[in-house]
Design a protein around this ligand. Structure first.
Ligand code: UD1
Length: 432
């Protein structure tokens, strides 16, 4: 068990590159299951979650070769696929649930363990299940697994989602591409990762219209072919760098960061007093964030894309905790995301929650302390909060951050701050 050790007081300065998005690549890997043969994905981040997904696909019978140096994953999908995803992998990575749609479409049956809740809240699957049922699947819950069958194939239908769920949109989409006839997904999620998945599916031969809008229309085809696809850049990692730059009164250029995927988040930084500009570095688009002086507190409301991303909630809370003035941050997507607030308070932040609102009164500096990461984004948020805390901060359960941020400590060091990793003595105590 490792923890981050963060020495406060540094300023981020330099250029950092973001790779493909975790939340896209995991779904693209699942989408590869839809076609027999070799699919190649490029700009894949070297993170724990892609390794878990690779293992899941291997257990389904695929040959998966992850070349971390080249940032590629080759997935060789056999004609006959396994159709079961076990709890030991699903509980380690909730996103494993995204094999539900493609396996049902390919095999006519699937059994995937139910992931259960996690540290950001209860995460039901009712919309995934209702969507697949509308396509004609019979779905049962058996011994902790979701078991779906459609022996004579799926049939297109009109599906209206109660909420633009990212995961439900993806599962229904990946099932619908091989269904008979037309499927319409209304109130669909519009995240850039959904657009990326649509692009890859289209390259494989799927017929989809409306990607990036609330209505996706899918004309089912009989079979798809393998493809080569470059993942969309990670907007959440890019946003993390942007907020870290502003908080530390730094100057960071985020190469391969797409400002158009972070419009509200970057606009909030401009309101906080940062200078945000679009730049090109070595032929790749990117953006630069420069902050002189103390940021001003900004009110934020999280919403599905194109709203302010819930995954950047820890970053804006950390920013506000050292900003001038007070702000209200409202979380609308995950009920337990404010668990992070108690850890931030350990660093001396003046934060108070009421339901899904959080009032933050800015302080000049935070105060270094031992804290724990509860999830990927909270972990990254605590590390960057440690940069604006006096003395040393340690962030335990570093593995959460490894799930989504490739080489986080190394990248921070390359931007001039002192962040290292060490064995967590407290973890040993607990284990021992
Ligand atoms: C994905 C992202 C996650 C991000 C989230 C919202 C991945 C691997 N994860 O998660 O980083 O924070 O989108 O942008 O891509 N819900 C239901 N019933 C359902 C499905 C969802 O009630 O059947 C609820 C959830 O509990 C949550 C909300 O809808 O409150 C949004 O969830 P969803 O968009 O599905 O998020 P994920 O796909 O799980």
């Amino acid at each position: 068990m490792e923890r981050f050790r963060v020495v406060g007081g540094g300023r981020l300065q330099g250029v950092v590159r973001v790779t493909g998005a975790k939340n896209s690549v995991l779904k693209l890997m699942a989408a590869a299951l839809l076609a027999e043969g070799e699919t190649v994905l490029a700009d894949v981040p070297d993170i724990l979650d892609t390794r878990i997904m690779a293992e899941l696909l291997r257990r389904l019978g695929c040959r998966v070769d992850h070349d971390a140096a080249a940032a590629t994953v080759r997935i060789d999908v056999p004609g006959e696929l396994g159709s079961e995803a076990d709890y030991d992998l699903v509980r380690r990575m909730r996103a494993s649930i995204c094999v539900l749609g493609p396996l049902l479409a390919r095999c006519g049956k699937v059994s995937v363990a139910r992931p259960g809740g996690d540290n950001i809240g209860s995460r039901p699957l009712d919309m995934h299940i209702a969507g697949l049922q509308k396509l004609g699947a019979d779905v049962e819950s058996e011994h902790g697994n979701i078991v779906a069958t459609a022996p004579s194939g799926l049939t297109g239908a009109t599906i209206w989602l109660d909420f633009p769920s990212v995961g439900a949109t993806e599962n229904i989409l990946m099932a619908a591409v091989l269904a008979r006839g037309t499927t319409v997904i209304d109130n669909a999620a519009r995240e850039p990762e959904i657009v990326d998945l649509c692009l890859m599916l289209e390259q494989m031969g799927a017929r989809i219209s409306g990607a990036g809008t609330s209505t996706l229309e899918v004309e089912g085809v009989e079979r798809l072919s393998p493809t080569h696809h470059v993942s969309v850049p990670d907007r959440i990692v890019a946003g993390t760098w942007a907020y870290a730059a502003a908080m530390t009164r730094g100057d960071v250029t985020v190469r391969n960061g797409r400002a158009e995927h972070l419009e509200i988040a970057l606009d909030k930084l401009a309101t906080a007093g940062a200078d945000v500009s679009r730049v090109e570095v070595d032929g790749e688009p990117g953006f630069r964030v420069v902050m002189d002086g103390r940021p001003r507190a900004v009110d934020v409301v999280t919403l599905p894309f194109p709203g302010f991303a819930t995954d950047l909630l820890p970053m804006v809370l950390a920013l506000n905790s050292v900003a001038e003035g007070a702000a209200i941050v409202t979380e609308n997507v995950f009920e337990a995301r404010f668990m992070f607030v108690d850890e931030l308070a350990r660093l001396g932040a003046d934060v108070r929650t009421d339901g899904h609102h959080c009032l933050v009164r800015g302080r000049e500096r935070l105060s270094g302390a031992p804290v724990r990461a509860h999830d990927i984004r909270a972990g990254a948020g605590l590390v960057i909060a440690g940069l604006v805390a006096d003395g040393t901060t340690t962030v335990g359960d570093a593995y959460h951050v490894d799930r989504g941020y490739p080489g986080f400590a190394e990248q921070l060091r390359s931007l001039g701050v002192e962040v290292t990793r060490e064995t967590d003595p407290d973890a040993d105590l607990l284990d021992g």
